[in-house]
Design a protein around this ligand. Structure first.
Ligand code: GLA
Length: 388
């Protein structure tokens, strides 16, 4: 990978000087969806696929950014100083957001940098390519400017950049999973207080298979923000009955006791999902720790049903992938992962069944949807860092 980046860097910015190399992963969430902005638990892991950067200081007082994924956009020169979101800056708004948020935190970036980015996370797949670029850029800025920061702080800054600079009201899961990733472990994170625990994912003879629906996400961001507001409205009603900081503070029984106060049936179902999904996530992690992979799989399936029927963030593409996955031999569990509305599913599949799984689910998807899905057996990797 380094050789490939080295060559691209030389072609775009020329030879000389010290070029440093960095990597930040993508992430997949195993269970705990749409709980992270409700004070609930999530259970994501970092992947060995992600985003790379080759970086060299320049004397231009600017970030000169080039993406090998979008070579047609050429080099964009972004003068340091006040950073302003501009739609035409496209993906460069992620690095710009990080410079902005560092400035907000009192770390003013004064050193110009030439940067080549290259990522192998499938585009728009819901495996957090944007959070990966943000955390990667943060890692680059820290190293190039000689600053230190722990992973939790970096994740919080990256989330703030996404919320306030890029206007997506996301929770903390993606940036945390990436900044704090650990090889062969998933991160069991309580978003209410950011306490976390690494849980080994030792899946003897079982693969984590991601199926990418290739559906364009379209209105995903606005629908995401809408779900978030629906939960906030439901919480405000529930708080008139019980003193709770978030939906994640309730058990299913406690929720049902006071749920009539919500009034609106749609908001009731949104809140019901957030409460139940949090409880499912806690139960799923206990099951995994007790070696009960089969129960973990059943809870993954139940998560999808709740996201489909109560939270309504799946759609025909993700449902087709998951419902066909459930019918295959050797599938332990399958669900949509990430924000939904398109993107990917995650399935736990017995190793010997993976080929048939890909073939059968792929065929059924193509027949029903009219275009193909892509499948990847993925590995769980470490968080971000310098690689040379
Ligand atoms: C997106 C957001 C996360 C989280 C998930 C849904 O990935 O960025 O914060 O809310 O959706 O679980």
């Amino acid at each position: 990978m380094k050789e490939k980046l080295q060559q691209i860097f030389k072609d775009v910015f020329g030879e000389g000087g010290e070029v440093r190399y960095y990597f930040a992963p993508g992430r997949v969430n195993l269970i705990g969806e749409h709980t992270d902005y409700n004070g609930g638990h999530v259970f994501p892991c970092a992947l060995t696929i992600g985003t790379y950067a080759a970086v060299r200081p320049n004397n231009k007082g600017a970030l000169c950014l080039y993406s090998a994924n979008f070579p047609e956009q050429g080099v964009r020169e972004i003068p340091l100083g006040k950073m302003v979101y501009k739609a035409e800056d496209d993906w460069c708004n992620y690095p710009k957001g990080m410079v902005w948020v560092f400035g907000e935190a009192g770390l003013e970036v004064k050193q110009g940098l030439d940067i080549v980015y290259w990522g192998n996370i499938p585009n728009g797949s819901g495996l957090s390519s944007s959070a990966s670029i943000e955390v990667l850029t943060g890692t680059v800025l820290l190293d190039q400017c000689g600053w230190e920061m722990d992973g939790v702080q970096l994740a919080l800054l990256a989330q703030k950049a996404e919320n306030k600079f890029n206007g997506v009201n996301c929770g903390i899961m993606d940036q945390f999973a990436i900044a704090m990733g650990k090889k062969d472990h998933a991160t069991f994170l309580d978003t209410a207080d950011l306490s976390y625990q690494y849980v080994p994912i030792a899946l003897e003879g079982v693969k984590v298979v991601i199926a990418c629906s290739n559906k364009k996400r379209g209105l995903a961001d606005s629908k995401y923000n809408e779900r978030r507001s629906e939960c906030e409205a439901a919480l405000a009603k529930l708080q008139t009955r019980k003193d709770i900081p978030g939906l994640g503070a309730l058990t299913n029984e406690e929720f049902e006791e006071i749920a009539d106060v919500i009034g609106d049936p749609v908001k009731y179902r949104r809140a019901k999902h957030a409460v139940a999904e949090n409880q499912r996530t806690i139960q799923a992690v206990s099951a995994l720790q007790a070696g009960d992979l089969s129960l973990f799989g059943q809870l993954m399936n139940a998560s999808h049903v709740s996201l489909r029927d109560d939270y309504e963030v799946t759609g025909i593409e993700l449902d087709t992938l998951v419902e066909n996955a459930w019918q295959q031999e050797g599938v332990i569990g399958s669900r949509m992962t990430g924000a939904g509305f398109g993107g990917c599913t995650v399935s736990l599949v017995k190793e010997e069944a993976v080929d048939a799984f890909v073939e059968n689910v792929g065929k059924a998807y193509l027949e029903k949807i009219g275009y193909a899905a892509d499948f990847y057996a993925v590995s769980i990797g470490d968080g971000p860092g310098r690689i040379g």
